[in-house]
Design a protein around this ligand. Structure first.
Ligand SMILES: [Zn+2]
Length: 212
């Protein structure tokens, strides 16, 4: 499975596209495109690589990860997939924008397809597994590509850091517990692609992450 990272909007969110070379099936994770230039970058990438976008997935429904959701949903006719425990955030995107003093209006969203722990999706021949890892937000999920040996960790786990827990529904102890129980038990060489910043590995975080 191929993975490409794009970094969008004033929060520097990582948007990922996963795709299979043979079938050209693809998933977009956390579309953060906030303006026409960023939307065009994604559209061109999909076009040039002849990808067939199959899934639109959000690791969670914070606004910085959601600016480009409506564009992808409408242009490619996809349902927004996320965990239902973040529905209250999807319904309050405009309120989130105001909280961060953003002057742009942001349309609220609805989670159309619910993803929960253990769900399997397919890109080409490869399974991707959904893991619920709440704490940064109640509905935070991590996407695990077992055969390709990587996770997309959203704002749960970063290189040498973890997600903030001071936003609505955040819970520090729950975050630490679920990281330790669900992520630190993955193989040491699993690559971690976070929602902000650069990639890391499970072993690197076991050794050097001060929070876990
Ligand atoms: Zn977040």
């Amino acid at each position: 499975m191929n993975i490409s990272r794009f970094t969008f909007n004033m929060f520097g969110v990582n948007t990922y596209i996963l795709w299979d070379d043979i079938s050209k099936e693809a998933a977009i994770i956390d579309p953060g495109m906030i303006n026409d230039v960023e939307k065009k970058e994604i559209d061109e990438f999909i076009k040039i690589n002849k990808l067939r976008l199959k899934y639109l997935i959000n690791t969670h429904m914070h606004i910085d990860h959601s600016f480009g959701v409506a564009h992808i949903r409408d242009k490619y006719g996809l349902a927004l997939m996320a965990n239902t425990d973040d529905q209250f955030l999807a319904e309050r995107l405009n309120q989130q924008a105001k909280m961060f003093c953003l002057s742009i209006p942001v349309a609220d969203l609805a989670i159309e397809t619910v993803l929960k722990d253990g769900d399997k999706l397919k890109i080409g021949d490869e399974d991707i597994i959904i893991m619920q890892v709440p704490g940064h937000s109640p509905g935070s999920i991590v996407i695990y590509a077992i055969d390709s040996n990587f996770i997309i960790s959203g704002d749960v786990l970063f290189q040498h850091s973890i997600g903030r827990t001071d936003l609505p529904g955040g819970n520090y102890q729950q975050l630490i517990n679920t990281i330790n129980n669900k992520l630190m038990t993955l193989p040491d060489d699993t690559i971690v692609y976070p929602g902000h910043g650069f990639e890391t590995t499970i072993i690197e975080e076991k050794k050097h992450n001060p929070y876990i």
